[in-house]
Design a protein around this ligand. Sequence first.
Ligand code: M6R
Length: 613
Amino acid sequence: MCGIVGYVGYQNAVDILIDGLKHLEYRGYDSSGVALMADGKINVYKAQGKLQNLIDELKTKSDSDIKSNMGIGHIRWATHGLPNQINAHPQTCNCGGLTLVHNGIIENYASLKTELEKEGCKFKSQTDTEVAAHLIAREYDKTKDLVLAVNNAVKQLKGAWAFCVMHKNEPDNIVATRKNAPLLIGVGENENFLASDIPAIIKYTKKAIYLNDGQIARISKNNIEIFNPDLSIADNKVEFLPFEPLALSKMGYKHFMLKEIHEQPDVVRNILQDKIFDEISDIKLKDVKLTKEEIKNIKRIQIIACGTSLHAGLVGKYVLEEITGIPVDVEASSEYIYRSTIADKNTLVIGISQSGETADTITAIKQVKKKGAHVLIITNRNESMLARLSNSLLHVNAGIEVSVAATKSYIAQLISIYLLAIFMAQTLDIKTDLIKDIKHELLILPSKLEAILSNCSLIREVAKKYSSYKNFIFIARGINYPTALEGALKLKEISYINATGYPAGELKHGPIAMLDETMPVLAILNEGIVYDKVMSNCEEAYARQAKLIGVANHIDDKHKKLFDDYILIPDIKDIVSPALNVTVLQLLAYYIAEYLGKDVDQPRNLAKSVTVE
Ligand code: M6R
């Protein structure tokens, strides 16, 4: 993880770097720093903790200390070394002439460190990054050219990186390079930018150049040069950036998470627009390149993802198997990559990722591509690495999601999965009432979501009542089992309460031993084939004095007594219900965390994009 920014131009660099880092805080927030070039001298300022600490530190400096039109900045999510000031970036070489910021991991840093120490380098930090600073400085001493030095140095590295590098002898240039970590160049007028992600620069420019793996860029105020790894000149095209700066504002909500939950009805409308019009017409997915012949030949589907996206994949298993009859396996990317997996040209591999940057998913997708599988990526970031690796693409179009806890992107992933399943069925000439029902439910889903969102007071009261509990169990069966997992994940990550999702039928095989009056059990009950079964599991929990919370579209009078609290939601067909039920769980987690005073948008130890394995 980590976020990096670079600026060279005519404006005050420190303002632009800090503003950029604020928009990258979702990538890490345990320390930060900037390096500013002025009059052939580089000043480095760093602080432990949240970015505000760096801002406060910079306020203590005189104008002349921080006056500069060129600099690099970094926000860190620690991998090697504690999150303290020494380990914060920028990292410098021994003479202080070269400084750099890094996102990624240098896997062979230990052997390089030993080699550099033998040559007299003195290491100050515990980071892998400092190795790169010394290494590039060594190459610079030989070549006296920063592009050559960076190119020679990265050839000696193993791992993943995006670097922005400055050297005092090249006071007008920032040199940048990347491999398996994101980095883009923002193209301005008399100024240019570097950033890990679009939000850092979107205020200043709508034009960007994406670097390919191994390419090196030299940017100055009026010039951008890009070199291939063999140092030939590259001609990457300038692309138009998709975001509006407004999307980065909280728009009056206390947290981005709450704003993003409230955006869900529009997210659903957006994604359905141009794709599904009524219950009868065919749907259109322009970037899904699977032909009828290819779909007919698919023998299995594998879904690979992490975290919330993995939960969307689990819903996908129920939906795709039910509608297409093709067997579906779902696996965490981090598990998929270290075993002999079976995939071939008759396998459809679906990678799901909000960010399109998740390292484990990227590695898994690269592996299956080599085996000849058709790769379909479902992502919120059309320009991401995963999108670029895809044969077919489903852009979920949820708009930028800032809060570390994924909410609107999850609903958008679910909708994409329904669309894909229907698309495959229609291509195979499968026509069922279930498909019509799903289309109908999708079209009216936004108004049902609005009904929940416009009446949050009960969810808020329930949240307050249960906020002091230390453990939670979420249960459901069938297609809402992944909803239970997702509800538990939301609660864990933003409130730090221990919460676990179980298939309700599994309760009696072990977890029931934990039930007593200190253990709230949240049950998701949707009228459908497993409703009565889950109700029986609720009876079992009630008999063990557990506090029972129901999230249901119906509870008959004789069962109401089982529940300490219940939240009723609009009626919806079981197969589409995960997209509605999860909203209640997102709000419950949000209000509990808010009530406990937690840092909702930036929970401890987490980062939004996990770009390290
Ligand atoms: O960007 P991705 O969807 O690939 O990210 C996967 C997970 O890191 C992500 O869903 C994570 O679990 C979120 N914090 C969940 O809220």
